[in-house]
Each structure stands twice: as structure tokens, then as C-alpha cells.
Design a protein around this ligand. Structure first.
Ligand code: DC
Length: 645
């Protein structure tokens, strides 16, 4: 299976407006309470994502009437606390917001249920919730390791009312699950929290949504929560799901780093989600924040962002965004009280530290904190650990360097079209792609255009030439795809203004010989070699811009290029130019042989199955047969200036 990845060029700036998808936390709570309520509930703007899919599927399996009203709108026929289906196997993926509350609701509603998830879900603790439910008489067995899913719930006689004690220092979802399920017992019940309750804002979301469904919980500090006797859920009729405040964090941070303003719509001052307070944290870093009832915007401060030292217990999810925003803040940012990161989709403290280090940042991690000191960022291939938030918050690093995000589809957990929306408010460093056959003069033209625009220059052919040379030096056959690809992946090369070096030593004309030219064209036909060199080329896509020359700049490497030029000349003229060049260097050369060689290389480069040389439909043709270099450069510069406006 080919590895899935998403390559992001370096961003120059960010500005724009984004309508946020619905909140995951609110969506799954509303779905469950609508299912448990009396009456039909119309849910508007529900989040469409993996986690909400799991909840919808589970409710259908339990016999709840679930029907789509088109778009993100759903109609749920409540079952008044009694699920029609009494025996079922439920698969809940990696959705903690489905797993925990459903465990509680099903344990108290009664029946024979097996609840499972993906492997990571089975590593996420649930023991505190099970302990709480057992105090009420629930019969729950661990099918794997003690304290972790999968679970088997069996019919049991549930004690009505009384006091339940639950630990609150591992995940607030245990308390949320218990609170949402308690009205099913019908009697007055009190939950006492043991230990310091973490992530309190998520409990506030729970209480606010329960209130919308008619159950007002009496709260005594953060220690005691009482559900009155006779509490029952009633449908509020129609309910709107707020935009996701955690998802807002990426866009606000983009505005704070990339100029802005970036405005998010769907959450704002009136939100019930604690993660809106991410905006305060960003403001502490210096960002200019504005807020309305259901929108927020951020722009960069004049002097740039500054580091902060913050207790992040109240914004555990959005705090991940602060860790990557810290790459652009002056000083060392310390995020404290984030122990819950360790039991999320992955061990987020370890994952964050590992990936930030790949980019060059200096990171210190502890049991419940992380410290990030920025550095000059370098391109890196970022692993995402099947964690949507890892993928989303690392996209911000692209303000400092091009980067690769592996397994980008994990964002589907909460935000399936995240990268498209992110692209809509960010501007990537532009690319001018110049493709054409050998000796067409594209190298000279590209280098001069780059110099005139102040852009970086990528001679992609040199990478294939260097690969061929390195393979020769390692005594590897040019036809050995796996071995040559490994050499390409590990190439230690450096491009400077005046020379190219391999393994720290300038290669000079060693990559320009006829032998290496022919070998480069051979290794370039091997798909694994092209794949190995792809990110290395994209890593040149930095600020302020890039001019790249080769065969597939506009078709494969930089399909988003602002300008694509197909630069060619007749084979005879190209052979003559090459002949003159060699003679000028004092080397012997034979024109008919050179012509034949060129024609063979043209054929190989344009007839190969991967990334063949051809003029793209959106490329401009520049035939330099009868043009001087200056004329060709001027033409490309004119097109470039038009394209970059
Ligand atoms: O542009 P050049 O002559 O230096 O390229 C050397 C070889 O590398 C050429 O025969 C084709 C191959 N190449 C390629 O396949 N794709 C590129 N983008 C650049 C070069």
C-alpha cells in the first residue's frame, strides 16, 4: 500500500473567513440526549465526521429512529430512556465522546451489550467510569485488560438514586457519561468527584446541553453534582450545534502567525464551549483578537508573537495548537497541567515532542507539561499517530517550512475537509514551473528568472544526476530500482548559489558528463526513485517563491504552480548548443552522436510510464529555437509577473 501523505508548501500569509464545522463534543452529546429524550429532536448543523458517524450508527443499532433531513441536519426520534434493542454489539471506533456516555447510558438503561473500538480505544482508560457504574449495581465485565475497553454490559438490577463517587483527574468524560445517564434511574442521585476535576469546561458543555433537554443539574463547586428525582429528558424541538471551538484554534492561530485577519464563524463570545478561551491564550501571546456573539477573528501583532507560560487544564484540546503556534513565538512557551494529553487519541505529549523536534524545535517534556523553544525550522515528514489534532495543529508549522503530513485523512475524526478549508485562508509561496527536454536552455532561463525575482531555484534534473552518480559510486546498478531508490532517499546533497555538493564535497562537472546524463534519464524512469525524490523537491517551495526546472515540475511536483512553462527547441538546435558548450569547456564532442543521444533521452523521458515529459494543458509553450537566452528570460519574466500579481 502506498503511504498517504499531504505535502504543504511554506505559507507566506493567512487571511480570510471560515465557517466552522459543528462541535464534536456538542454533536455527540446532543445525539445521545435526543435519543434518550421524549419526543422528536431536529438537530441542525451536526458535525459530519467519523466520531459522529459512530454515534449515529450505534443509536440506529439500538433501535433509535435516526433520519437525515439533508445536509448536516438530522431528525432523532427519542425513545424516552428505553432503547428498543436490548442486545447488541457496538463498534465505536476511537470516539471517546461516544464510548464513555454510551457505556453509562446502556449500563443504566439495561440490556446485554458489547462495546468495542479500534486498538487505541482499547488502550484508553475507562476504569473510573466502570467503578462509578458498579456502585449503582451495573454488571460490567472487561473483555480485554482490566480498566480498559472492550466491555460487556449485562442486565443488572440498578440501584436508584444515592451517591456515586467517580475520579475526575483522568478524563472528564467519565463524569459526563455518569451525569448524562443518571436521569435514567428516575431518583435523586449525586455524583461526588474524587480528586481534582480536569477539563472543567467540558462538564459545563454537558450541563448546558442537559439543561437544553430539560434536566438541570445542581452543581456544588466542582465536587458534587445532583440530579433531582423525577428528572427526564424532553426534546427541545430544534437544536443548533455550535461550530467547533477546538477546530477554530487552527484558523485563529493561522491569523496570529500569518498576518490575518482570519475570522471563524460559528463560535464566539456566546459559546458554551470552553475552548473559545483559546482566543485568550492567543491574545496573551500578543495576537489581536476580536469577538462577536458567534464569530472570532485573529491577526498578528506588529512585533510578532511572544512565548507564554500557561496552565492549560481548561483548554486541553486547543492547547495543542499553542504548542505549534509556539514555533513562531519569541522565547520558550510552557504548557502546564496537560496530563490528559497522555490518554487521548495517542500520547499527545510524547507525539508532540517527537514531531516538533523533527522540525528543529527544542522541546522538553514532563508527565504533565511541555516546553517548546522555536528554532529555524527545517522541512520534515510529520507523523500523525491516527490523531486528527496532530495533523491539524502541525499544518501551522508550514508558516516556517514546507512539510509533509503523513496519513492526513485522520482529520476525518472531526474535520473531514480541514486541509481544503485551511488552504482557503492561507497563501502558499508561489512556484514557477519550467519543464522541457534536455539542453533546451531551461536551466539557464530558470536560474536567471529566479535571480531576477529573488526566488529560490531548483534544478530538479541535478537530483536525478546526483542519484545516478551516487549509485555509481556505491557500485549499484542503475536498473536496481529498490537500491537506487534507497540511495535517492538518503542522498546527502547541498545546493548553494555556486555549487552542488554530494556527501559534503562539491561535485562540479561530474554530474554533467554524457555517461551520467544518460544514467540520470534511466534512474528517472524508476517510479520508486521519483517517489523518493518528491518531498525533497517540494521542500524547496519556500518563501518568497521558487523557480523549478525539470520534466514534471508542473505536472507532478508542483501542480499548483502559479505559472507553468514548457520550454523547448528543435533537437538539432539543442544538439548544437550542447556541442558548443562542450567544446567551450575544452572537451571533445561529436555533433551527430550528441544529436542521437539527445533524441534517445527525449524518447526515454517522454515515453516512460511515470511523470513523462509533456506539455501540460495549462502550460505556456516557449520555443527557443530562434530565441536568445535574454529573449527567453524576458518572456518568462513577463509571464511570471502577470501570474504573480
Ligand atoms: O534536466 P536534466 O537534463 O539535468 O535532467 C537529467 C535527467 O533527469 C533527464 O534525462 C530526465 C530526468 N529528470 C526527470 O525525469 N524529471 C525532472 N524533473 C528532471 C529531470
Amino acid at each position: 500500500m502506498t503511504k498517504e501523505f499531504f505535502d504543504i508548501p511554506q505559507f507566506t500569509s493567512a487571511a480570510g473567513i471560515v465557517r466552522l464545522p459543528g462541535s464534536k463534543s456538542i454533536s455527540n452529546r446532543v445525539l445521545l440526549l435526543a435519543a434518550l429524550a421524549d419526543g422528536e429532536t431536529e438537530i441542525r448543523e451536526l458535525l459530519a465526521s467519523d466520531d459522529t458517524e459512530r454515534m449515529l450508527e450505534a443509536l440506529k443499532t439500538l433501535g433509535v429512529g435516526v433520519s437525515t433531513l439533508g445536509g448536516e441536519n438530522w431528525l432523532i426520534k427519542g425513545c424516552a430512556g428505553i432503547f428498543p434493542v436490548k442486545q447488541a454489539d457496538l463498534f465505536l471506533g476511537n470516539a471517546g465522546t461516544a464510548f464513555r456516555p454510551l457505556t453509562a447510558a446502556l449500563a443504566l438503561a439495561g440490556g446485554d451489550f458489547v462495546l468495542k473500538g479500534v486498538a487505541r480505544m482499547h488502550e484508553r482508560p475507562i476504569g473510573d467510569l466502570v467503578d462509578g457504574l458498579r456502585q449503582l449495581g451495573a454488571d460490567i465485565t472487561y473483555l480485554g485488560n482490566d480498566g480498559f475497553p472492550p466491555l460487556h454490559l449485562k442486565p443488572a438490577s440498578i440501584r436508584h438514586g444515592g451517591v456515586v463517587r467517580v475520579r475526575g483527574d483522568v478524563s472528564s468524560q467519565f463524569l459526563t457519561g455518569l451525569l448524562m445517564a443518571l436521569p435514567l434511574t428516575g431518583e435523586a442521585a449525586t455524583v461526588e468527584v474524587l480528586g481534582e476535576l480536569i477539563s472543567k469546561p467540558y462538564i459545563q458543555i454537558t450541563l448546558a446541553i442537559m439543561a437544553r433537554f430539560g434536566v438541570v443539574v445542581q452543581r456544588d463547586g466542582w465536587q458534587r453534582f445532583t440530579v433531582a428525582a423525577g428528572s427526564r429528558y424532553f426534546s427541545p424541538g430544534t437544536i443548533y450545534v455550535e461550530g467547533d471551538a477546538s477546530s477554530a484554534s487552527y484558523f485563529l492561530a493561522a491569523g496570529a502567525i500569518g498576518g490575518g485577519p482570519v475570522r471563524v464563524e460559528g463560535v464566539g463570545r456566546d459559546s458554551i464551549q470552553g475552548d473559545v478561551r483559546f482566543a485568550e491564550a492567543l491574545a496573551q501571546m500578543g495576537a489581536e483578537i476580536e469577538m462577536g456573539p458567534n464569530w472570532m477573528s485573529a491577526r498578528a501583532p506588529v512585533g510578532g508573537l511572544v512565548a507564554v507560560d500557561l496552565d492549560c487544564n481548561h483548554i486541553p484540546d486547543a492547547a495543542m495548537t499553542l504548542a505549534t503556534a509556539a514555533l513562531f513565538a519569541k522565547g520558550t512557551t510552557t504548557l502546564r497541567n496537560i496530563a490528559s494529553w497522555r490518554v487521548k487519541e495517542t500520547d499527545r505529549i510524547a507525539a508532540m515532542a517527537t514531531e516538533l523536534r523533527k522540525l528543529g524545535a527544542v522541546v522538553e517534556e514532563g508527565e504533565d507539561f511541555i516546553k517548546v523553544t522555536p528554532a529555524c525550522l527545517r522541512p520534515a515528514s510529520i507523523d500523525t499517530y491516527d490523531d486528527h489534532r496532530m495533523a491539524m495543529c502541525f499544518s501551522l508549522a508550514a508558516f516556517g517550512t514546507p512539510l509533509r503530513i503523513n496519513d492526513p485523512k485522520c482529520v476525518a475524526k472531526t474535520f473531514p475537509d480541514y486541509f481544503e478549508r485551511f488552504a482557503s485562508v492561507t497563501r502558499a509561496a508561489p512556484v514557477i514551473a519550467i519543464d522541457g527536454p534536455s539542453a533546451s536552455g531551461k536551466g539557464t532561463v530558470a536560474a536567471r528568472v529566479a535571480a531576477a525575482l529573488g526566488f529560490a531555484y531548483l534544478d530538479s534534473g541535478a537530483l536525478y544526476r546526483l542519484t545516478a552518480l551516487a549509485a555509481q559510486r556505491a557500485c549499484v546498478e542503475w536498473s536496481d530500482e529498490t537500491a537506487v531508490a534507497a540511495i535517492a532517499a538518503a542522498l546527502d546533497v547541498e545546493f548553494s548559489e555556486t555549487y552542488i555538493s554530494l556527501d559534503g564535497i562539491p561535485v562540479g562537472d561530474a554530474i554533467r558528463t554524457e555517461e551520467i546524463s544518460a544514467a540520470a534519464s534511466k534512474v528517472a524512469a524508476l517510479p520508486a526513485v521519483r517517489e523518493a525524490l518528491l518531498f525533497r523537491q517540494r521542500a524547496f517551495n519556500t518563501v518568497p517563491g521558487l523557480v523549478g526546472d525539470g520534466r514534471d515540475m508542473g505536472s507532478v511536483v508542483f501542480p499548483q504552480a502559479a505559472l507553468k512553462v514548457f520550454l523547448t527547441a528543435s533537437a538539432e538546435v539543442r544538439a548544437e548548443r550542447r556541442h558548443k558548450q562542450l567544446i567551450g569547456k575544452g572537451l571533445s564532442a561529436n555533433l551527430p552522436d550528441l544529436l542521437l543521444d539527445l533524441q534517445q533521452r527525449d524518447a526515454r523521458d517522454s515515453q516512460r510510464s511515470v511523470a513523462p515529459l509533456r506539455q501540460e494543458a495549462d502550460a505556456k509553450l516557449l520555443d527557443t529555437t530562434s530565441l536568445t537566452i535574454e529573449e527567453a528570460v524576458n518572456q518568462v519574466l513577463m509571464w511570471s509577473r502577470e501570474a504573480l500579481q
